[in-house]
Design a protein around this ligand. Structure first.
Ligand SMILES: [Fe+2]
Ligand SMILES: [Fe+2]
Length: 265
């Protein structure tokens, strides 16, 4: 029987978004129903396989996103779908890449659940795009997200600090504004999907923060200080405000983790 890490690598190596999502759902079902028992080990690719579209660009080369009308709504939903597709691969990568760290099986339970949630988020957004006559791949997308994975591929604490605890946490800060913008422009039917995504993302940031704290406890480190140290090379001023304090607190992050402009002494 194929182990969890090998199954994750197979999906990372699957280019089409719809296949990636479908196979991730199957993987989660097999893991959660006990049909895969071994984490095992595998060799994840440096980059996940991707289809020819969307065309990937450097973040600085991305065209300005139109905000108005149906075009603006498609652009927003397409950008969010791209984030979710990357999030599927990021969850699969963390499953396959750090097997030498001898983590408890609860670590894999959490990241399999995250991968499943991200697949559901991608499908929700693809469905909303479809109702507007669009689909994922129609617009260019930026290639910034995988850079974070590459920079942290050799160190699980750095990966947790940069990806779930910072980049996913940024989604907690920005999603309420996206919901308000959709509502204000008469596109309120997309709001329940974003509300579900926000709730699930709180659990993802919580998982990242919890496993970071677990690794800190093995070394006698203070989690908030250790997080700041690991994030500083990438974000010298810390995460970007404004912050969704309530959602971050629910995810286990006190302001000392992320609000670097405020003195807590
Ligand atoms: Fe997500
Ligand atoms: Fe997430």
């Amino acid at each position: 029987m194929t182990c969890l890490a090998q199954r994750a690598v197979e999906i990372l190596s699957t280019p089409m978004a719809a296949d990636k999502s479908r196979l991730t759902r199957k993987l989660a079902d097999d893991w959660q129903e006990g049909r895969i028992s071994e984490v095992g080990q595998a060799d994840p690719p440096d980059r996940p396989a991707r289809s020819e579209t969307p065309v990937l660009m450097a973040p600085s080369a991305m065209p300005n996103r139109s905000k108005a009308g149906v075009k603006g709504r498609i652009a927003l939903l397409h950008a969010l779908a791209h984030i979710e597709l990357n999030a599927i691969d990021l969850a699969l990568d963390i499953i396959a890449r750090f097997t030498a760290c001898n983590l408890p099986s609860a670590f894999y339970d959490d990241w399999v659940q995250v991968a499943l949630d991200e697949a559901e988020h991608f499908d929700l957004l693809e469905d909303l795009l479809g109702r507007l006559g669009a689909s994922y791949g129609d617009l260019p997308a930026h290639d910034g997200l995988w850079q974070a994975a590459t920079k942290t591929s050799g160190d699980l604490m750095k990966r947790l600090a940069l990806v779930p605890m910072t980049l996913e946490a940024r989604g907690l800060d920005t999603t309420p504004a996206s919901m308000q913008s959709l509502q204000r422009h008469g596109h309120g039917e997309a709001v329940p999907a974003l509300r579900k995504i926000l709730e699930d993302e709180i659990a993802h940031v919580a998982a990242g923060t919890r496993w970071f704290a677990y690794l800190c406890s093995l070394q006698g480190l203070d989690p908030a200080s250790a997080y700041r140290e690991r994030l500083a090379p990438y974000f010298p001023k810390g995460p970007k405000p404004p912050f969704n304090h309530e959602a971050r607190l629910r995810a286990g992050q006190t302001p000392y983790f992320y609000d670097w402009a405020t003195s807590f002494i």
